[in-house]
Write a new protein. Structure first.
Length: 248
C-alpha cells in the first residue's frame, strides 16, 4: 500500500512577488496565487524574481524593500505561509562580478544560486558556468534543466553537472507532461536515477502558470516512492535555505 502524502511542499522557484519581473503584475494576482498554492499543499515559497537583462533586474536594496512590503500586504491571505527570498539568475559573465560584489542573488542567506540559461545554450558554456560558480564558493541549483536541449539529448551530461557540484531543479508542470512527452520521459529517467534535487512551480500567474504542485507530488510518490518525493518536494528545499550541502 502506497504511503499517504503527509508533508507540505516548499516551492523553490516562484515569480509570485508582484511588479518586479514578468511574473505577477499586482497584489491581487499574488494573493490569488498564494491561495492556489495553499490549496495545492504548499506551505513555504521562495520568491525568485528574475535577475535578467530583459525580464527584471531590480537592485538588491529595492528588492528587499519590496519583499518586506509584499509580506505585509499578503499576510492576511494565508497566515501559515512561510516566505524566503532568492533570485533566478540568467547566467552571463557579469553575474560573477555581481556575486563577488555581494549583491543579494542567493537563495535566502545561503550560498545556493538558482541559475538559468537560454534553452539553446551550448553545453560547453553551461559546463564552464557551473565551474565558475562553484570556484567562487557558491552552489549552483540549475533551474528547470528540462528546458536545455544540450542536456535533454544526453542525460550523461546531467550526471557530469552533478559531479561538478551542481544540483538540479525541475518544474512541477513538466513532471506531469505539460512540456510534452519527450520532456516528461526525460524527467522520468532523471528521477529514476534520483538526479533531481528540487521541484518548483515556476509560477508566473494565477492562470495557466499558477503554482500547482499536488498532481506532481502524487505522481512522484506513486512512481518513485514516498521518501524520494519528500526529499525533493520538502527536505532539500529546507536544507538549501539552511545552507546545508545536499546529500546524494
Amino acid at each position: 500500500m502506497r504511503k499517504k502524502i503527509d508533508f507540505s511542499y516548499v516551492d523553490v522557484h516562484s515569480h509570485i512577488l508582484y511588479g518586479v519581473d514578468d511574473g505577477s503584475n499586482d497584489i491581487e494576482t499574488s494573493k490569488d496565487m498564494i491561495s492556489i498554492a495553499y490549496e495545492e499543499g504548499i506551505r513555504k515559497i521562495i520568491a525568485t524574481p528574475h535577475y535578467h537583462p530583459e525580464r527584471g533586474s531590480v537592485g538588491c536594496e529595492e528588492l528587499l524593500r519590496q519583499f518586506e512590503v509584499f509580506k505585509q500586504n499578503v499576510q492576511d491571505v494565508c497566515p501559515e505561509m512561510e516566505w524566503a527570498l532568492g533570485r533566478e539568475i540568467y547566467y552571463t559573465s557579469d553575474v560573477l562580478e555581481d556575486l563577488e560584489a555581494g549583491k543579494k542573488l542567493t537563495m535566502g542567506d545561503s550560498r545556493y544560486v538558482l541559475v538559468e540559461y537560454h534553452p539553446t545554450v551550448d553545453y560547453a558554456y553551461l559546463r564552464t558556468s557551473i565551474s565558475n560558480i562553484t570556484q567562487m564558493g557558491y552552489i549552483p541549483l540549475i533551474a528547470h534543466i528540462e528546458r536545455y536541449m544540450c542536456v535533454m539529448k544526453d542525460i550523461d551530461r546531467a550526471y557530469e553537472l552533478k559531479n561538478m557540484g551542481a544540483f538540479i531543479q525541475v518544474n512541477a508542470s513538466s513532471v506531469i507532461g505539460s512540456a510534452g512527452k519527450d520532456v516528461k520521459k526525460f524527467i522520468k529517467k532523471m528521477m529514476k536515477d534520483e538526479l533531481v534535487d528540487a521541484v518548483g512551480t515556476d509560477a508566473h500567474s494565477n492562470g495557466h502558470r499558477a503554482p500547482r504542485m499536488q498532481e506532481c507530488a502524487e505522481y512522484i510518490c506513486k512512481k518513485f516512492g514516498y521518501d524520494y518525493a519528500k526529499r525533493i518536494l520538502h527536505d532539500n528545499a529546507e536544507a538549501i535555505l539552511r545552507g546545508e550541502y545536499l546529500e546524494d
